[in-house]
Design a protein around this ligand. Structure first.
Ligand code: ADP
Ligand code: MG
Ligand code: ZN
Length: 608
């Protein structure tokens, strides 16, 4: 029940009770007839009075016929004296049975004051309730500007660094923050100032939120969690007032962590937007800056923020004294992936012979969130099979589901299309197998997934940070392998290769304009990518080179692509039999795994 309706019911009950009390009080007695004093004297003289009650100035008369009357006398005068002055005899007065009530006693209180007092109290009560109601409404209106941050009290966060696999460097950096929060005094006594703000940067799902929670858990301090978008409401000014409130609360519970998730929602570069009003965001951002500058660094409030778009953040946020400690969280490498899988496998009934290392090998580029999602999908798959444990196959099958969207077995392919897809994918796979610097083939398939018709899954055998020119050159040839195979087998090409051509062109352009991998054009970059925020995001390229340079770039891209196509054609011609074997196997089995593929063609040509 809502509090309002509850209160209404309380009101009604109170009013009804009051009314019942009151009416009961008056109904119990018949209404006495008011008479004059001389009439009373008459009745006393006639002897028709049974008894008289005097309470203060009020005279209640019980008549012998059973009726009641009432009258009043002057105060300070005794009734008997008064009756005597009117001429009543002593006997008549005696027969009237006069009793005088003590007006200062409790009986008088009960008779005369209680009803009034009760009525007054009830009215006061009702009045008080109404007041409270109105105040409640007021308070709710005021709460609008208050931060609706979720506060996790100290000791309530169970997440610690143990729950975050990998991210070793990030953890080391944050260890300092943990120690500061544990004993801010130790640092402030030495005059050491700790950063007020720590900015966690990393792709979505790399565990930024998790890491911030873990810091609070390790330090055992309260944790205020708020998302950037929560500051921004429909009404201008609300965001700023929420920030003020959030920091006021945090300062009271220092040492503590204020965590602003997805800070790019408010902290975007000011004035970079096209269209629309950014007043609200700007005010909110300004308030964050003011608050961060305002509090004493020895207080023990650490502001943590997370973003996956550090590039769009307002420079003011990154100035010294604000978020000057920045922690980058990378996508996990193979060992970290295995560790993450191990963490999330806990509590899931995995088959004993499951090989998480193998799964980690297959999931290059997966974030922590993807991996946790992967095991969840695998569990769902196992449950749908009515199995009690999760098998390796469940997990491997889910890898592609997480990667490419759900399998679309229902999509019917005509036999010609199937043959075409088989040769196309066989072309990619054969080129990848033949070229020493290309990534080895993990799986070839002609079953469509997501938007891809078929696909060849090539994965690097190790994680790497830098890539060589030779690898790009081989990648280009692999990308064009499908096109070359189609052309050679059917004497024609189809629209199926258009995605490949686009990718090849982009790769070749990047080689020339970003990586300086063309001897002819030389080691410089061309064009400046600039972020324009318009309907989400849009890259706008600033051309900072001449027409002549543009021509040279185009020519160089052409050369790279033609060279790659020649390489691919060469492979298809030289190993026509292999191409046909792969295609035939694909037509029969639809999917070829790494082992089967290597059994078919022999081990991959290794790097030189
Ligand atoms: P972000 O905030 O960077 O987008 P989250 O912290 O919300 O990512 O991560 C989402 C989920 O992914 C976490 O709740 C956790 O289950 C999982 N996860 C991500 N990174 C890790 C990691 N390093 N170790 C363990 N689990 C992780
Ligand atoms: Mg997050
Ligand atoms: Zn292709």
């Amino acid at each position: 029940m809502k509090p309002l309706s509850k209160n209404v019911i309380v009101f009604l009950v109170l009013i009804l009770m009051g009314a019942a009390l009151f009416s009961g009080y008056t109904l119990n007695q018949q209404k006495p007839e008011p008479i004059s004093l001389s009439a009373l004297v008459d009745r006393v003289e006639k002897g028709s009075v049974a008894s008289i009650n005097v309470a203060g100035d009020q005279i209640d008369i019980a008549n012998k016929d059973g009726s009641a009357s009432v009258t009043h006398k002057e105060s300070g005068q005794a009734l008997s004296t008064m009756l005597a002055t009117y001429g009543a005899t002593a006997d008549q007065i005696k027969a009237a049975n006069i009793t005088v009530k003590d007006t200062s006693g409790t009986s008088y209180f009960v008779d005369a004051i209680l009803p009034t007092a009760v009525t007054l109290l009830i009215m006061l009560g009702v009045f008080w309730l109404i007041m409270r109601q109105m105040q409640g409404a007021n308070a709710r209106a005021m709460q609008f500007g208050q931060a609706n941050a979720r506060e996790v009290a100290a000791g309530k966060t169970k997440v610690t660094f143990k729950d975050v696999a990998g991210s070793k460097e990030a953890k080391e950096e944050l260890q300092e923050v943990v120690e500061f929060l544990r004993s801010p005094k130790k640092f402030s006594e030495l005059g050491a100032k700790l950063p007020k703000g720590v900015l966690l940067m990393g792709r979505p799902g790399t565990g930024k939120t998790l890491l911030a929670r873990a810091v609070a858990g390790e330090a055992d301090v309260p944790f205020f969690h708020m998302s950037g978008s929560e500051f921004v409401e429909m009404f201008v000014g609300v965001g700023a007032s929420r920030v003020r409130d959030l920091f006021a609360r945090a300062k009271k519970s220092a040492p503590c962590i204020v965590f602003i998730d997805e800070i790019d929602a408010v902290g975007r570069q000011r004035g970079a937007g096209l269209g629309g009003s950014h007043d609200e965001r700007e005010q909110t951002l300004n308030q964050i800056l003011v608050e961060m500058d305002g509090f004493d660094p020895t207080l023990g409030v650490i502001v943590m923020a997370a973003t996956n778009r550090p590039d769009v953040l307002d420079p003011a946020l990154l100035r010294p004294g604000r978020f000057d400690r920045r922690v980058v969280i990378d996508l996990p490498d193979i060992n970290e992936r295995e560790a993450i899988l191990n963490i999330h496998a806990a509590g899931k009934p995995l088959e004993k012979d499951i090989d998480l290392r193998r799964i980690a090998e297959r999931t290059v580029g997966f974030s922590g969130a993807d991996l946790s999602n992967l095991l969840n999908e695998a569990a769902i798959r196992a449950a749908r099979r009515n199995a009690k444990t999760i098998t390796q196959e469940d997990v491997l099958e889910s890898v592609e589901k997480v990667m490419l969207g759900p399998e679309r077995r229902s999509l019917v392919m005509s036999p010609e299309e199937k043959k075409l897809t088989a040769f196309h994918e066989a072309g990619h796979a054969l080129a990848a197998h033949a070229l020493p610097h290309a990534d080895p083939v993990h799986k070839v398939s002609i079953i469509s997934r997501g938007s891809a018709g078929g696909y060849t899954l090539k994965l690097p055998s190790e994680d790497r940070r830098y890539r060589r020119r030779a690898e790009f050159v081989d990648d280009l040839a692999v990308t064009l392998g499908g096109y070359a195979a189609e052309q050679q087998t059917f004497g024609d090409v189809t629209t199926g290769a258009s995605g490949d051509l686009k990718q090849a062109t982009r790769l070749a352009r990047e080689m020339v304009t970003r990586y300086g991998m063309s001897a002819d054009v030389g080691p410089r970059t061309f064009g400046e990518s600039e972020e324009m925020i318009f309907l989400g995001r849009e890259i706008h390229e600033n051309r900072n080179y001449s027409e002549k340079a543009a021509e040279r770039i185009d020519a160089e891209i052409d050369r790279l692509i033609h060279g790659a196509l020649e390489t691919a054609r060469g492979i298809m011609q030289a190993r026509k039999a292999d191409l046909e074997r792969i295609a035939a196997e694909l037509l029969e089995k639809e999917t070829i795994e790494k082992e089967a593929f290597e059994a078919l063609l022999g081990p991959k040509t290794s790097k030189t």
